[in-house]
Design a protein around this ligand. Structure first.
Ligand code: CMX
Length: 431
């Protein structure tokens, strides 16, 4: 089915390129070279598109639309991430039966090679969970179907096939890795339970962390993994995966690189940073602080030359719909939680301070401003673990992108860099 779909999409790409391939996309200004390439049109990814005002659309569907359209677990309402993966790959909403098949496929491939288990167990518990995560994912390349097929001389047109196998294996094994890291670091190396093949992916992740008795937490994991999966192609983790994959590094190596980018505080690690910051704020000004005290604390963060974590975005110019989805979950499940009230209080204060400070182009909260409070409510209080959950989710987007890149024959990425002297010379005689 994927083979037929990608073959017909190849024709669509060919048609666009033959009609528009030589047209200019717009001016590139020197500031974009120095300014982190903001807004530079440079990549193609059809799975999701980010609009500055509206937020993310997965295959042209907003978050509320996918919440409505994707299959849920029996008795639940939140979308199953398996459905999102299906949507990213095929552009179609799967049936309940198709999603169940995918859950089973992931469960079937969930076991880790023994040496990877040992590798994780060898890590000191003081090593950041994201570093352990990235190490383990890198090591999975030992059994990469793509690397083996490439070595054996596979034809280019068939690259997507072993990439697909690797992608399924990658996503399937992440709960076992994430669970083992969690139990080693925070549960005194407690044994991680086995996957239950009759359950969905998010339930199993929750189970391996020790939270599956609480159905509301399982629902949170379903929503969490779905909305963190993909955020168009240009963000650090998605782009890194694509870039490293473009060298025909296999999906394990490419996604490990994504994880290393996600582990940065301006990207995924912000979900850890938000809780660290909020906790310090509570220690400093008390749990029931007045708006004035909170405002002053936000100002002191800015004056200390630090960012307010969870606020701002390189593309978005409105409140992140992923924040809104999590806020709605909180309003439904924990409206009176103290920390949720503080997060809501920050929502009314931080944007005004950032606007007054006058630097941030977007003063509104992003996805990371809300996730930690939800996890804390259910007892997952270990803040420096939070980005691992983001990482499990991000694999769904990066893996789908890698499969499509191999199917479309995406070339090696190689943009051009310039020296400052070259730029100065280039414009020396122009007014
Ligand atoms: N707090 C303080 N200052 C901020 C800010 C914030 N939340 N957001 C932006 N700014 C500052 C920038 O640091 C920059 O300052 P300098 O000119 O001194 O370098 C200035 O405002 C302009 O930045 P921008 O164009 O608005 O934002 P960028 O595209 O450069 O950066 C981002 C975007 C997300 C890195 C930035 O908003 C930020 O650091 N936010 C806090 C960290 C965070 O929440 N990251 C998670 C993003 C979502 C994700 O990827 O997971």
């Amino acid at each position: 089915m994927f083979a037929a779909r990608s073959a017909s999409f190849k024709h669509a790409v060919k048609a666009v390129r033959s009609e528009h391939g030589q047209k200019a996309f717009g001016p590139v200004i020197v500031d974009q070279l120095y300014g982190g390439m903001r807004g530079l049109p440079a990549l193609i990814w059809d799975g999701s598109v980010l609009d500055a005002e509206e937020g993310i659309r997965f295959r042209d569907r907003t978050i509320p639309e996918i919440q409505e359209a994707l299959p849920s677990a029996p008795g639940g309402t939140e979308p199953l991430p398996e459905g999102l993966f299906w949507l990213l790959l095929t552009g179609e909403i799967p049936t309940n039966e198709q999603v169940t098949q995918l859950s089973k496929l992931f469960a079937q491939h969930s076991a880790l090679p023994e040496f990877v288990e040992k590798l994780i167990d060898t890590c000191p518990t003081t090593l950041h969970p994201m570093s352990q995560f990235s190490l383990a994912v890198t090591a999975l390349n030992h059994d990469s179907a793509f690397a083996k097929a490439y070595h054996e001389g596979i034809h280019k047109r068939d690259y997507w096939d072993p990439t697909f196998d690797d992608a399924i294996n990658l996503i399937a094994k992440l709960p076992a890795i994430a669970g083992r890291i969690y139990n080693n670091v925070y549960r005194n190396r407690k044994a991680t339970p086995a996957i239950d093949a009759s359950k969905d992916y998010a339930w199993n992740l929750s189970h391996l962390l020790g939270f599956s008795d609480n159905e509301a937490f399982n629902e949170l994991m379903r929503l969490y993994i779905t909305i963190h999966s993909d955020h168009e192609g240009g963000n650090v983790s998605a782009h890194t995966g694509k870039l490293v994959g473009s060298a025909l590094s296999d999906p394990f190596l490419a996604f490990a690189a994504s994880l290393n980018g996600l582990a940065g505080p301006l990207h995924g690690l912000a979900n850890q940073e938000v809780l660290v910051w909020v906790t310090k704020m509570q220690e400093s000004i008390g749990a029931d602080a007045s708006d004035d005290a909170v405002r002053e604390y936000v100002w002191s963060t800015l004056k200390g030359g630090k960012v307010v974590p969870g606020y701002g975005h390189a593309v978005l110019r409105k409140t992140d719909p992923r924040y809104v989805a999590q806020r709605e979950f909180a309003l439904k499940h924990m409206p009176n939680d103290k920390l949720f009230k503080l997060v809501s209080q920050l929502y009314t204060i931080v944007p005004k301070v950032l606007l007054e400070a006058g630097k941030a182009k977007n003063p509104w909260p992003n996805v990371d401003a809300h996730s930690g409070v939800l996890l804390t409510y259910y007892g997952l209080t270990e803040m420096n673990y939070y980005t691992v959950l983001f990482g499990v989710s991000r694999a769904f987007g990066v893996a789908a992108q890698l499969i499509w890149d191999r199917a479309l024959g995406a070339p090696l990425e190689r943009p051009k860099s310039y020296s400052t002297a070259a730029i100065a010379k280039m414009f020396a005689n122009r007014s």
